[in-house]
Design a protein. Structure first.
Length: 255
């Protein structure tokens, strides 16, 4: 069951071509449909909606956890950000206050500045003043820019009068949807969450399955038949560049 869920999430990832302005929305519909029908097989539509959303969030956390083990990313930073912005968004929707919005946006931006630029600022300061300041090792959390700016947009929408998402599982889906989280784009919440409010999303559609499988197969072909055979040549060019050899224009362009 877990394998099927991850596999179908992969099919959804492959289907992220920009066929229309609603490409991401179609992607979410496909992913939720597949999980809801194959992984859960639940007759109660309301229960299936809830369980499907929760399951996708759990799978996303598992995949992010795998990336965290590989890249040393801090998953707890992501979870803290999700919970804090969810609560802040509900408060801004209930009673819009400019100072609270400014504080929320400022806190999100401060997190980006700390994790992405603190070492740069300290190194620059040391280079100018020879102060010799040091910072503890800062590990960059996975996709911090994407999930931070996406949630800033959510806070602004809540402040402007749009109703905040009351279901935490749906909000977590909005932030943690894995294919979109790690590669973008930054989207408005309605593009992700609207399909979850439509019961038809949880009905299997053979057209979406066929499209997802076809694009997944095309991507696999490109990986196996094009990218893998070119890898030795590309690695050689990068190795020469790292050793100080300037590659020829043609070789550099191809690599």
């Amino acid at each position: 069951m877990v394998f099927e869920t991850i596999l179908f999430t992969g099919f959804s990832t492959a289907a992220r071509l920009d066929y229309s302005r609603c490409a991401l929305t179609d992607d979410c519909r496909t992913c939720v449909r597949l999980v809801g029908n194959f992984a859960l097989c639940c007759e109660d539509m309301k229960l299936s909606t809830i369980l499907s959303t929760v399951l996708i969030v759990l799978v996303a956390l598992w995949l992010i956890g795998l990336a965290a083990n590989i890249a040393g990313a801090l998953i707890h930073v992501l979870l803290t950000s999700v919970l804090a912005n969810y609560l802040l968004g509900r408060e801004l929707s209930r009673k819009p206050r400019r100072w609270l919005l400014v504080a929320g946006v400022g806190a999100n931006l401060l997190a980006i500045v700390w994790f992405k630029y603190a070492n740069f600022f300290v190194d620059s300061f040391n280079a100018v003043t020879s102060a010799g300041l040091t910072l503890p090792e800062i590990v960059l959390p996975l996709a911090i820019s994407f999930f931070t700016f996406q949630q800033i947009g959510y806070l602004v929408e809540a402040y402007d009068g749009q109703k905040a998402e009351t279901d935490f599982a749906r909000y977590a889906f909005f932030v943690l949807f894995f294919p979109q989280l790690i590669s973008g784009p930054i989207v408005q919440r309605r593009e992700v969450l609207e399909p979850l409010h439509d019961q038809r999303t949880f009905c299997l559609d053979s057209r979406h399955v066929t499209l997802g499988l076809a694009i997944f197969a095309l991507g696999l072909f490109k990986k196996v038949c094009l990218a893998d055979p070119m890898a030795p040549f590309v690695n050689e060019v990068f190795a020469d560049a790292a050793a100080g050899t300037v590659p020829a224009f043609g070789r550099a362009w191809i690599a």
